[in-house]
Design a protein around this ligand. Structure first.
Ligand SMILES: CC(C)(COP(=O)(O)OP(=O)(O)OC[C@H]1O[C@@H](n2cnc3c(N)ncnc32)[C@H](O)[C@@H]1OP(=O)(O)O)[C@@H](O)C(=O)NCCC(=O)NCCS
Length: 329
């Protein structure tokens, strides 16, 4: 927030998309710089919702200009805070030691959203993963409002140069094949089994049930909720005896150069046989053949085994962010 300028916080539904365009463009630049992520398709989707005045949230206004926004979406009794962002506002005269002005605007926006959600009796759970914001950025105000925080890693594997194609051999009883649309139900069953008692099911309650996992999958596969779904990079391992899924990897394109692993899991019965490693190799080979030069993924800091796997496959942590969860007690 610039010195001497007053900040107004208004309902996001008052605003049509063009007014927010400069903010979304500035945010897009940061997504691209920090995460190599093309934010344009997410921004287009947001603009459609804005134009239909459907997005619950708040806009920050300074001197008549929208300089920031936050929004949430509702899933039955859960609210998911989708984003918070304010235009970078540090002037050349501002001392490095002073708090970044955009951070203050973002915190004011979040406080308004928290107040609305915490006072809505129909909301009994709030989740948020602000991927763009480095871990710790808004930790204090999340904690002060009763949220638990979980640090997550954004890891990247460069494909160009050092990645070699390898043949993937499968045991006789398992079949590895590309993802098909009719895998959705079996994939939802696998996800809810694989994440039983897992730290990620504390962060995302969709993982705790088959129905919830189905919603997660619909968002990833049908609605490109995390980049554009890539059916070529996505694979499943089928147990030939039961026709159930033993493992799956899902991939999407987040920019022409960057692939993203949106899901990797192995049924507990089939763990420690190298399946996850093989799934990563297969996804990487398909991404590489599509001209992708790096693959990213996110993983919870508490998931030490998965981090060990990713490190050994050449992934490095390039960014950390926080997942936040609040539950009505
Ligand atoms: C993480 C997960 C995908 C690993 O699947 P997997 O098929 O058992 O993994 P692999 O057999 O390919 O193991 C690869 C490496 O991961 C690490 N690893 C996997 N499971 C481990 C365990 N239980 N203990 C220690 N290290 C482990 C090891 O480094 C292992 O290499 P090694 O066998 O040569 O020592 C599986 O445990 C799972 O589905 N977990 C729940 C879902 C999940 O966490 N997904 C990742 C979200 S980011």
């Amino acid at each position: 927030m610039a010195a001497g300028v007053s900040l107004e916080i208004l309902d996001l539904r008052h605003f049509a998309a063009p007014v927010l365009r400069p903010v979304l463009d500035a945010e897009g630049e940061l997504w691209s710089k920090r995460l190599h992520w093309d934010y344009r398709s997410s921004a287009r989707l947001l603009m459609q919702y804005l134009d239909n005045h459907l997005l619950p949230g708040y806009a920050a206004l300074e001197a008549g200009q929208v300089t920031g926004y936050t929004f949430c979406v509702y899933e039955e009794t859960k609210a998911v805070i989708g984003d918070v962002f304010a235009m970078p506002g540090r002037s050349p005269e501002t001392a490095e030691s002073e708090p970044e002005p955009e951070r203050e605007v973002e915190e004011t926006l979040l406080k308004h959203l928290f107040e609305t959600l915490l006072n809505s009796p129909s909301v009994d759970r709030i989740e948020s993963q602000l991927l763009l914001h480095p871990s710790g950025t808004h930790a204090e105000i999340f904690r002060a409002s009763g949220f638990d925080l979980y640090r997550r890693l954004f890891m990247v594997q460069p494909l160009a140069g050092h990645w070699n194609r390898q043949r993937v051999e499968m045991p006789q009883e398992l079949e590895l094949r590309a993802w098909r649309d009719d895998d959705l139900n079996a994939a939802a069953r696998l996800i809810s089994t694989a994440y039983y008692g897992h730290p990620d099911s504390l962060i995302n309650d969709q993982y705790r049930s088959v129905n919830g996992s189905m919603r997660f999958l619909h968002n990833i596969v049908r609605y490109s909720g995390c980049g554009v779904f890539s059916p070529h990079a996505s694979h499943v391992v089928v147990d030939r005896s039961t026709r159930e899924l033993a493992a799956l990897v899902l991939g999407s394109r987040v920019s022409p150069q960057s692939g993203h692993i949106t899901q990797l899991c192995v049924h507990p019965k089939f763990r420690r046989q190298g399946l996850a490693r093989k799934m990563l190799l297969v996804a990487a080979a398909h991404f590489l053949s599509q001209g992708v030069s790096e693959i990213s993924l996110t993983v919870t800091e508490a998931n030490a085994q998965a981090i060990e796997l990713y490190r050994s496959e050449g992934y490095d942590c390039v960014h950390t962010f926080d997942a936040a969860v609040w539950e009505r007690r």
